[in-house]
Design a protein around this ligand. Structure first.
Ligand SMILES: [Zn+2]
Length: 405
């Protein structure tokens, strides 16, 4: 028996109230969104709704779900919104593969027990903790094979690779893939509208975090809290302008077709790879004189560079380089170092890497470097207590304002 559209609207409101109490972040986010009830059985999904993304709930789809599944689906969609997944869809050749990659990220941040058709990293044999960009690249081959169909019980055997293809195919044919179909409508929006949507979502997230965290973060996983902390902490350096010194002429992520065979079954081309527009080495001064709050500020600047499409290689260094890794959208849990400071080892390593430039995040407490940087060098100094006379630092210098506390 269907409760009718008005009845479903009342049930969604009740689910929102329940979330407000138990999981305030999701509750406040849901309450802050446009909610639509539609005919049909398209499930619970994000759709463009006037001036912002909205949440559409189809009557039949809702009626078919258990209360636990409804909450799980709401949480899943709200996480897609938090990570702006539909708004980023236009950069990817295959919206389905992008949806799958995004589900792998989102399903690590929530309980998937009640989520219909949920896919996990374990199902597709991939490591946790990577970005949707990474999963998109990693799954291109099995996705192409899954789309090409063929006989899943064929003679190729049933090794791990075939299990992955089968998992991808099950996802494509299941209820989870269908919830991303409206992402096509986001991808088709003019760039200016998408920019408005993105700004609107960022404002909504900031408001939501403020309202939801009055009594702390609640039961949110640490990874999600980290992401949200970056959302509400805008960068202090005007990277758009500053990055020009490194020859980052194009801010837009460039796409390169690596495989253009379209899938007969799904009519999509997965062969588009995201290429970062410029490569920078970012040295993070992890010496004992740098406060934990400064390190947090450093990583929000790194995140801002990364979001502008820069490929960032991080060097954690005090008197020597302790760790070197690609930044992939998440700050490390801890940093290595905490000794004295010397700039030479990181500059020497950056010279070896030969990327487009070096950004050195530091409090400036170290002698003038003896090694010259062979690429453009930008010093980013901590706010407050950092050294006032910067004449020993060769290259361009910018100081963090500390306005984010
Ligand atoms: Zn999804």
């Amino acid at each position: 028996m269907s409760p009718g559209l008005a009845g479903i609207r009342a049930e969604i409101d009740a689910a929102a109230r329940d979330l407000l109490i138990r999981e305030p972040y999701y509750g406040h986010l849901l309450v802050g969104m446009i909610r639509l009830v539609t005919d049909g059985d398209a499930g619970i999904r994000l759709v463009p709704a006037g001036p912002a993304p909205g949440l559409a709930v189809s009557a039949a789809g809702w009626a078919d779900l258990s209360p636990a599944a409804r909450t799980a689906c709401l949480r899943h969609e709200l996480l897609h919104l938090t990570l702006k997944h539909p708004l980023r869809a236009s950069a990817y050749g295959s919206l389905q593969l992008w949806g799958l990659a995004c589900d792998l990220v989102v399903n690590q941040l929530c309980d998937t027990a009640a989520l219909p058709g949920a896919v996990t990293v374990a199902d597709v044999g991939l490591p946790p903790g990577r970005t949707a960009d990474d999963y998109y690249a990693m799954l291109r081959e099995p996705y192409t094979r899954a789309c090409q169909g063929g006989d899943p019980d064929g003679s190729a055997g049933d090794g791990p690779a075939d299990e992955v293809v089968a998992a991808v195919r099950a996802w494509l044919d299941g209820p989870a893939a269908r919830c991303h179909e409206a992402w096509r409508d986001f991808a088709a929006l003019p760039a200016a509208t998408l920019a408005t949507f993105t700004h609107g979502v960022e404002t909504l997230l900031a408001t939501t975090v403020r309202r939801a965290t009055v009594r702390g973060w609640g039961p949110l996983p640490a990874e999600l809290v980290e992401i949200l902390e970056l959302v509400i902490r805008p960068p202090q350096v005007p990277w758009r302008r500053v990055l020009r010194m490194f020859g980052a002429t194009s801010e837009r992520t460039r796409l390169r077709t690596t495989l253009s065979r379209p899938s007969a079954r799904y009519g999509t081309s997965p062969g588009v790879r995201v290429r970062r527009s410029s490569r920078l080495v970012v040295a993070v001064d992890t010496s004992g004189s740098v406060a934990a709050a400064d390190l947090t500020a450093f990583f929000s600047e790194i995140h801002a560079m990364w979001r502008r499409g820069v490929e960032v290689t991080v060097l954690e260094a005090d008197v020597s380089v302790h760790r070197e890794y690609r930044y992939r959208g998440r700050p490390p849990e801890t940093v290595s170092g905490r000794g004295g400071t010397g700039f030479d080892p990181a500059i020497r390593r950056a010279n070896e890497l030969g990327h487009d430039g070096l950004v050195y995040l530091t409090d400036g407490f170290a002698p003038r470097p003896a090694v010259a940087s062979r690429t453009p060098l930008l010093w980013v100094l901590t706010a407050g207590d950092s050294v006032q006379d910067l004449s020993h630092l060769p290259g361009r210098r910018v100081r963090l304002t500390g306005r984010n506390g």
